[in-house]
Design a binder for this molecule. Sequence first.
Ligand SMILES: Cc1cc2nc3c(=O)[nH]c(=O)nc-3n(C[C@H](O)[C@H](O)[C@H](O)COP(=O)(O)OP(=O)(O)OC[C@H]3O[C@@H](n4cnc5c(N)ncnc54)[C@H](O)[C@@H]3O)c2cc1C
Length: 433
Amino acid sequence: MTQSSPPVPSLWAATAAAAPPTTPLDGHITVDVAVIGAGFAGLSAALHVAEAGRSVAVLEAQEVGHGGAGRNNGQVIPSLTRSDPADLRRRFGVDRGNRLARLVAGSAALTFDLIRRHGIDAQARQDGWLQPAHSPGRAALSRRRYEQWKELGSDVALLDGAQVQDLTGATGYSAAWLAHDGGHVNPLGLARGLAGAALTAGAQVYTRSPVLTVTAEGGGWRLSTPRGSVTAGKVLVATDSYADALFPDLRRSMVPVTFYQIATDPLPPDLLAQVLGKGHALSDTHADLYFFRPTVDGRIVSGGALVSQANWQPRLDRRVEQRLREVFPAFAGREIRFSHRWDGTIAFTPDFLPHLHELAPGVVTITGYNGRGVALATACGPVLARAALGHGLEDLDIPLTPVRPVPFQGLIRRFASLELLRYRLRDRREVSL
Ligand SMILES: Cc1cc2nc3c(=O)[nH]c(=O)nc-3n(C[C@H](O)[C@H](O)[C@H](O)COP(=O)(O)OP(=O)(O)OC[C@H]3O[C@@H](n4cnc5c(N)ncnc54)[C@H](O)[C@@H]3O)c2cc1C
């Protein structure tokens, strides 16, 4: 079953430009390419397929941006969660490793270019993204990441603690690496804008149209929805952590983990000038991640994982208020008020890398953006489009691998929040080193 939480009461839903009008699929259509899921990956893929002159239909179970695309923190990050270019070269060989690294390195620029090219109203700011080191030991990581992404041609800088404070108002960090072409968006605005761009390019987008079955038919595929069906030569599956029972092995190939988001009220201008006042987005090196980003209307959006989901709102408020005060001294003596809280799931793969799979002949997916999907899933749209246009799957920018269900995925999912306790312990130990 597709997860059908109530409409997202998020800041993004309250402030994004309206979605283009869409309807459920009613009746039968035939297209070259069917796309399942209207998040960044599915919509970007549809846009690129349509621009290549092929017919394409997106089928979305709920509304555009219902999944991670409409619920995330909106940080546009041109790097991976854990792996750096050298790790990718070790794992996949020099050529394949570098190709994946370049896809990642170019993902933020590609996203902002799409926003500009299609005039998407995503409240986008390309003011830079940085990853500060929360302990002296992690400063070595900042240097390593800076050197590796620089060697690949990324526009990056290495900062010391004083420079981090000067740039962001954040204290307690010993170093950081900064990606100048990163930034932040209203992610629901981006998803809706991509849907608009895809429609303008000739794609069809159907909402409230969950794909219930995918069956082989006459050398292609037939997809059924509650009120219609699609015949397509190729199928792109872009359901990431919101994958339902349609492809059971795909669903079991990653672990969806719930993360919470929270937005402050707009800050007074004098305070705003001292808290990410130059517009940067920031995610640090804590295993239990600290992350903060400003919005165009002067709020800070943050969040985190919680050990228990029970009564989560007041606990989230306390935790985020504590972190804001810990990181930004400018909040001292000031009241912090929160206006919006929401949640969503992130798909984690065992190697923390996105995976390209052929689920059946002509049925292709990329899944597992591991908290980096704003830029990376958008940048995977053209990769998926190439797959649908007949490009050899062995020769795409993400290495093709078989789907491997995560052993004991159900148990891991249940106890993922306990892992957070171990992370917090590790973070505390590192700081006190
Ligand atoms: C709380 C949170 C914070 C995050 N913060 C960041 C961040 O700051 N930066 C970053 O880069 N990434 C972040 N992420 C991750 C990012 O949101 C995801 O990686 C990204 O949304 C993945 O995009 P997608 O298009 O692959 O999938 P999604 O956006 O999840 O879209 C999948 C869609 O598939 C649909 N679907 C599922 N099954 C079916 C079916 N049978 N038929 C039809 N439709 C179906 C779903 O309804 C859904 O709309 C965050 C995620 C969360 C949850």
